[in-house]
Write a protein that binds this ligand. Sequence first.
Ligand code: URA
Length: 425
Amino acid sequence: MDVISVIRTKRDRGELSPEQIDWVIDAYTRGEVADEQMSALAMAILLNGMNRTEIARWTAAMIASGERMSFDTLTRPTADKHSTGGVGDKITLPLAPLVAACGAAVPQLSGRGLGHTGGTLDKLESIPGWRALLSNEEMLHVLDTTGAVICAAGDGLAPADKKLYALRDVTGTVEAIPLIASSIMSKKIAEGTGSLVLDVKVGTGAFMKNIEDARELASTMVALGTDSGVKTVALLTDMSTPLGLTAGNALEVRESIEVLAGGGPADVVELTLALAREMLAAAGIEGADPAKALADGSAMDVWRRMISAQGGDPDADLPIAREQHVVTAPASGVLTRLDAYDIGVAAWRLGAGRARKEDPVQAGAGVELHAKPGDPVTAGQPLLTLHTDTPEKFAYALQSLGSSYDIAPAGTEFTAPPIVRGRIA
Ligand code: URA
C-alpha cells in the first residue's frame, strides 16, 4: 500500500477500500505517512466526501488506533455530550457538573480550539492550577469521587484523531462532514460512554452553515453511535450569533460560573437545561430537575469539587487581558444581527485561538458582547469590548468586525431563531 495511491483515489472521487482506510490511519498514527500527505488526503475528503461505508470504516480505524476505555466499575450510569463547536460555546462547563448533580457520571473528554471556535480545555486552563492532562486512573478517580470530569483524551485514546484534529485545524480541512463525524464518534465510542447527546451547531459560527448539512452530520453521527451500542441523540442548535455574552477563554469561564450561581445569560441557561434533560433521559435517570440543581447550588458544589480535584483553585481570580478596545453602536435602533463567525474570528485574532498547532493561547483574550440580536441599542453605546494582551492585534481583529452586525430602525419587529432547531434520535 502506498499513500500516494490512496490520495489519488480520493482526489479522483473514488471510494476508499477498507484496506486503504485501515492502512492510511495506522501508517499516519505511526508517522509513516507524513503530515503533508495526510493534509492532501484530508483536503481530498473535504472536497469529494466519503460515503457511509467509508465513514464507518474510517471511524473504526481511528478507534483501533488506540485503546478502548470502560466505565463498568462506576455505580452511576454515564452520560456524555459533545458539541460540534461554536462561538461562545461554553456549555460543557456548567452542564457537566449540573448533570452530575442530577445523578449521572459525566466523563467529558474535551478538545482545544479548532479554527474560529473555542476549545473547552483552553477555557478551563485559564483557571490557575487546573490540569487538563490526567492519566486514565486519575480520570476515573475524579469521575468517581465528584461525578464529573473534563479532561483531555489520554494519549492512548484514538491517537489517530489527536494528530488529525490538530492537522485539520491548520490546513483548512475542518469543515468536512466525514472528518467531523469520525473525529467525534471515534473518541466517544473508544471512551466507552453508555449514552451520548450531540449538540450539532448550525449557523454562520458553526462548521455546518445550513440546516441540511447539520442534519446530515447529526444523522451520520447518530447512526455511528447507535451501530456501536451507544444510545445517541442529537440536538440541532442555533449558532448564528454567539452563545451568551462572551467569546474567549477566561471570559467564558466567568460566564459559566454565573450560570452555576443561578444567573447568566438566558440562552446559555436554556441550552444547558435542554442538553441536561436529554442527557438524563438518555442515561435512564428519571425525576431529577436540572433547573433546581442550578438554583439550589448543588451543580456549583460539583463544579468546585471537580475543579479542585484537577488542581484548580475555584476561588482564584481569573486572568484579565491587559488591554481593552470598545466598539460602539454607530446608530440607534434594534440590533438584528451579530454574526457568530465574525466574532469568533475576532476572538481568535485577539489571541484566544491558535494559528499553528503548537501556539499558546491567551487566557484573557476575547470579545465581550453588550447587546444580542433583538436588543434595542443607542448610538454611541458600547456594542462589543475586545480584550487582548497584544494590542497590536486590535486592528486585525476589527477588520473581521466591519460588517458583523446590523441595526434596524427602532420599532422593527425581530424574532430571534429558537436555540433548539431540531432533534435526531
Ligand atoms: N469536534 C471534534 O472533536 N472533532 C471535530 O472534527 C470537530 C469538532
